[in-house]
Design a protein around this ligand. Structure first.
Ligand code: NAI
Ligand code: OAA
Length: 262
């Protein structure tokens, strides 16, 4: 079997763990051939290159660089015929971008990242449309600060002693407002195929040592409830530590994965 050549777009909290695992041979059949990140210096064994070089070398490009990066570089990845595995799924709240990324010739795949159960939600939604779908994300207040917040809002995040709802809105709005912490809301909307149905809630919880995602869906197919509580990444408190391992699972599946769960 030929090896799957992999490029990483982003070498932060997620990308550096993926790069380390690929370099150490933890994913048989996959080889790291390029890393694209303006904030990362080349190092022995770490192939930091410009995007054009990455596109010439790799069959699979794993985006773990943020919604802006996916919007700016994703179209050139699929236009070059490369397979794009995206983590910053909230960028697809822009329908025009989503259509461009699906236009090929390269393929677009989405990584479930910090949450699970999306396969079941997609299957249940195919049986019959859902009546209600919600995702409630609770994180430490400091990880939720955003530049658009007023001074009063950031001050409340800094000083709250009790959990409180920071935003409750359709998934499209929430993933735009919290682009580094609510891609999961977009992933749920994409899994059920309905941006308008999915309500997302963001909770600031001063007692949170884990990042919690509670997903509930009801419809003719049944009732679904998933509760996920992830340890935050030591490198980035906004990101769950499990996320690079979800990407590695996806890379393993794309590299062949004999006997794996599909
Ligand atoms: N689907 C999911 O469950 C999750 C998705 N994410 C997404 O993954 C992104 C990355 O997360 P982390 O690694 O924790 O962030 P991070 O901030 O630690 O790392 C991001 C890296 O991307 C680099 N970067 C930015 N723009 C770039 C570009 N145009 N080209 C190449 N590199 C670029 C930065 O220099 C930085 O090193 C988040 O912003 C979020 O959009 C994060 C967590 C969960
Ligand atoms: O890692 C998480 O818990 C979720 C996250 O940041 C995102 O969806 O952007």
């Amino acid at each position: 079997m030929t090896e799957l050549t992999v490029a990483l777009l982003g070498h932060g909290a997620i990308g550096s763990v993926i790069a380390g695992a690929l370099r150490e041979g933890h994913v048989p059949g996959a080889r790291l051939v390029a890393v694209v990140d303006p904030a990362t210096a080349p190092a022995p064994g770490l192939p930091v290159v410009p995007l054009a070089t990455a596109l010439a070398r790799a069959e699979l490009v794993v985006e773990c660089a943020g919604q802006t990066a996916l919007r700016d570089t994703g179209p050139s990845v699929v236009a070059a015929g490369r397979h794009l595995l995206a983590l910053s799924t909230g960028a697809l709240a822009d329908d025009v971008l989503h259509r461009r990324l699906l236009a090929g010739p390269g393929r677009l795949s989405l990584c479930a990242g910090a949450v699970g159960g999306l396969d079941l939600l997609t299957a249940a939604g195919a049986l019959a449309p859902f009546d209600t779908v919600t995702i409630r994300t609770s994180k430490s207040p400091g990880s939720l600060a955003r530049p658009w917040m007023t001074e009063a809002e950031t001050s409340r995040l800094r000083t709250t002693a009790e959990p409180y709802e920071v935003l409750r809105a359709p998934a499209r709005e929430v993933t735009r407002a919290f682009p580094a912490t609510s891609n999961v809301a977009a992933s749920v909307a994409l899994a059920v195929g309905d941006w308008d149905l999915v309500e997302a809630v963001v909770v600031a919880d001063p007692g949170a040592t884990l990042s919690r995602h509670e997903i509930e869906a009801t419809g003719p197919a049944g009732r679904y409830r998933f509760e996920i509580a992830n340890l935050p990444s030591p490198a980035n408190p906004r990101t769950s530590g499990i996320v690079p391992y979800a990407a590695l699972r996806a890379i393993r599946a794309l590299a062949g994965n004999p006997g794996g769960v599909v």
